[in-house]
Design a protein around this ligand. Structure first.
Ligand code: ATP
Length: 700
């Protein structure tokens, strides 16, 4: 088992800065006998003093160098052993976090010193291939931004988890660095991208949490293995008391995001201390990104920055309380080692059986046990086969910063051949041949059972698919037969109840409907007949009907005449004269009036001389009582009619303007409306139509 390591705490009290009043409410006490501590008077009872002992306490006179040498430098070796180290500066706004982490040119902080140390370490190594790379991001208002790209166009970066549960920031830039100068240039530029604002407490207050990662990749001379170490340097934004900062609305919203994420950080630490089953890492991007450092697999150092004076006393107490809780968080650091050789394909017999479905608790992440008092978690991490500086050497994807590597964390290596079976033995015990034989036999048994189960599943699936298909086909058939039924006639009598219901239906309406139906049927039949005839036959048939109709009309049998005229119309539908005749008879029949047919027109007379046709005009006997037609040749080979044509009685007949009265006429004019019949006129079109009519009459 890899060793559990608690997060190391260092507290640093910054000196007074301009305008701050000198007081001794917060002090650093060094003692040869006991651990150094921070002493602070109880805000409610000044006679009472709280003492917070930490492994490292730095007073106001402490230097950047001291802090680095004592607490940071030793971690460089850890990084080079392939472990992830996280150092984060925590404290109220203006307590000196950025000063500690970044520092200034004259007082370089942790970051530049770490980079220098990393390059120094690199040059002292005799490995064939060691490379360093840097990535830098900020979490601003709970969104992650890449500080190594143009800030204006920097997209929000997603925080993801790879398939082995490692959290990483997707698409984060990682730039290889070959010298301190290269780093300085990159860092200087990137720092300008960081969100900084002025508040009453700090003219250059960080408005975001910044995470700088230096990654070292080491490949040995045989190139069989690669070690990856990382150091994450986190400059947290400070918790803010808006009364003190005098924040404007923009600062307030930043402040609220900062305070919220720090509050989640506190909750995570608290949950870890309590050994809670659910740690609220996901409640903020900050804790999600710091997941590996808090109860994860990295080595942690928390630098608590404290601001002096009564003004900050409550904030200092809060910071110290957080530090005390964090002190109890235990990590289980692992060495991130990747085997570059492709693994031999394991024999199926050596494959570990799948984990039982009802035992998810066994698959808890790598042990991230809480305090010694809290319940520690069960881990599947194998015993250390090789140990370096107290860390287990296991392939591991390191956490945030640069994207996930391809190595698998041990906790998910559920298969891996016989060698893997051996590896799984707690304490690294070797198995005897008998053990191996037994395991192989068991594995074979399980494999056979698994395959049988798989086949059975497939069979059931096929059966289900077949049934589904059959059902679909049956349903289709059913719906088709239903559709067919829809085409069939309604069974007799089905409408009877409906008709009974509407007994009060207007009789007149019923009669009218019947008439219309009849008309439609008749028209339909004639139209069908007419359709198959040649134009000449149509005309002849039409003439024949007209002749018959005329004969009936003369006898006063108007209904029959009307029928015959309508039949004639089916054969010569464009004949306007015929239409007029039908309307004329319809009107007479409807109004019980005597029908006075127009006189039979005389045959074409070729003489230019006007001819009186009276008495001879109507060869069919229609002249009696009718008006004579005046027909003459206009001298251009065309006949002109004079006055009302074709015997239509203009003065007494309704044809000039007929108002339909309570009935619909045969050309569809609705009741109560007028339709005009152009009884007068002498244009060629009318003439041609009239000619047609005359021809038919003549033929008859
Ligand atoms: N140890 C120190 N020695 C000298 N000056 C310091 C020290 N610590 C902090 N300061 C000064 O105090 C001021 C505030 O420090 P700094 O900006 O580092 O605070 P901070 O905690 O990062 O604040 P914020 O959270 O608002 O970003 C700065 O002017 C800084 O130079």
């Amino acid at each position: 088992m890899s060793a559990l390591q608690r997060i190391r705490i260092a507290a640093r009290l910054r000196p007074r800065i301009d305008g701050e009043v000198e007081d001794t409410s917060i002090q650093v006490i060094h003692s040869d006998q006991a651990a150094s501590c921070i002493s602070i008077a109880n805000p409610r009872d000044p006679t009472q003093v709280f003492k917070f002992p930490f492994s490292s306490c730095y007073d106001q006179s402490s230097t950047q160098e001291e802090i680095f040498d004592r607490d940071v430098q030793p971690l460089i070796n850890v990084v080079y052993s392939g472990v992830t180290v996280t150092i984060f500066a925590y404290g109220v706004t203006s307590s000196g976090k950025t000063h500690t982490m970044q520092g200034s040119k004259s007082q370089p902080g942790v970051i530049p010193r770490v980079v220098t140390a990393m390059f120094q370490q690199k040059s002292s190594l005799h490995r064939s291939n060691v490379s360093l790379a840097v990535s830098y991001m900020e979490i601003y208002k709970d969104e992650v931004y890449d500080l190594l790209v143009n800030r204006e166009t920097a997209p929000k970066l997603p925080v993801r988890e790879n398939d082995v549960g490692q959290v990483f920031v997707a698409n984060l830039t990682s730039i290889p660095i070959n010298s301190i100068e290269e780093f300085d240039a990159i860092y200087l530029q990137a720092s300008k991208h960081r969100s900084v604002g002025s508040t009453n407490l700090n003219h250059a207050s960080s408005r975001s949490h910044a995470v700088l990662t230096i990654e070292v990749t080491m490949t040995d001379s045989s190139e069989e293995k690669t070690l990856t170490g990382k150091i994450n340097l986190v400059d947290l934004a400070g918790s803010e008391n808006n009364k003190l900062t005098g924040n404007d609305p923009t600062r307030m919203s930043e402040s609220s995001a900062i305070n919220k994420s720090l509050s989640v950080l506190g909750q995570v630490v608290h949950a870890l201390n309590q050994g809670a089953s659910r740690i609220p890492y996901r409640n903020s991007k900050l804790t999600r990104i710091l997941q590996d450092a808090l109860g994860g697999s990295s080595v942690g150092l928390l630098i608590c920055n404290l601001a002096p004076g009564v003004k900050f006393r409550q904030d200092t107490l809060n910071t110290l309380n957080f530090a005390v809780r964090t002190k109890n968080v235990e990590n289980r650091p692992v060495i991130n080692e990747r085997n570059n050789k492709p693994k031999p394909k394991p024999h199926f017999a050596a494959i570990q059986p799948p984990p039982p479905k009802l035992a998810p608790a066994v698959l808890q992440p790598v042990s991230t046990a809480g305090s010694s008092s809290g319940p520690s978690r069960q881990s599947l991490v194998p015993g250390p086969r090789q140990s370096l500086a107290g860390f287990s050497r296991v392939p591991r994807v390191s956490g945030f910063g640069i994207g996930p590597s391809t190595s698998l964390p041990t906790r998910l290596r559920s298969s891996g051949g016989v060698a893997a079976v051996k590896e799984k033995e707690p304490g690294g015990m070797q198995l005897t041949d008998k053990d191996i034989d037994e395991r192989i036999a068991k594995a074979v048994e399980m494999e056979v059972a698994r395959r049988l189960e798989e086949r059975e599943k497939e069979r059931v699936k096929d059966e289900e698919e077949r049934r589904a298909k059959e059902q679909a086909a049956a349903e289709q058939e059913k719906s088709a037969s239903f559709d067919q039924r829809g085409d069939q006639k309604l069974p007799p009598g089905i409408l009877t109840p409906l008709l009974r219901k509407h007994r009060d239906l207007d009789d007149e309406l019923k009669t009218r409907l019947e008439e219309l139906e009849e008309k439609f049927e008749r028209g339909n039949k004639e139209t069908q007949l007419a359709d198959v005839l040649s134009p000449l036959s149509k005309k002849k048939t039409g003439r024949a009907y007209v002749a018959l109709a005329r004969a009936h009309s003369e006898k006063g049998d108007l209904q029959v005449a009307l029928e015959l005229y309508r039949k004639a119309e089916s054969y010569v539908p464009d004949n306007i004269k015929l239409k007029e005749r039908i309307i004329e008879i319809e009107w007479a029949a409807k109004n019980n009036k005597e029908f006075v047919p127009s006189p039979k027109k005389v045959k074409k007379v070729k003489t230019k001389k006007r001819k009186d046709v009276k008495g001879v005009a109507d060869g069919l006997g229609h002249a009696q009582g009718g008006r004579e037609s005046d027909v003459f040749d206009n001298g251009k080979g065309k006949r002109k009619q004079d006055g009302p044509s074709f015997g239509i009685e203009v003065t007494n007949s309704p044809f000039k303007k007929i108002k339909t009265e309570g009935w619909e006429d045969s050309i569809g004019t609705p009741p109560g409306q007028y339709h005009n019949i152009k009884a007068e006129g002498n244009d060629e079109l009318e003439w041609a139509s009239a000619r047609n009519s005359i021809d038919m009459e003549d033929a008859a």
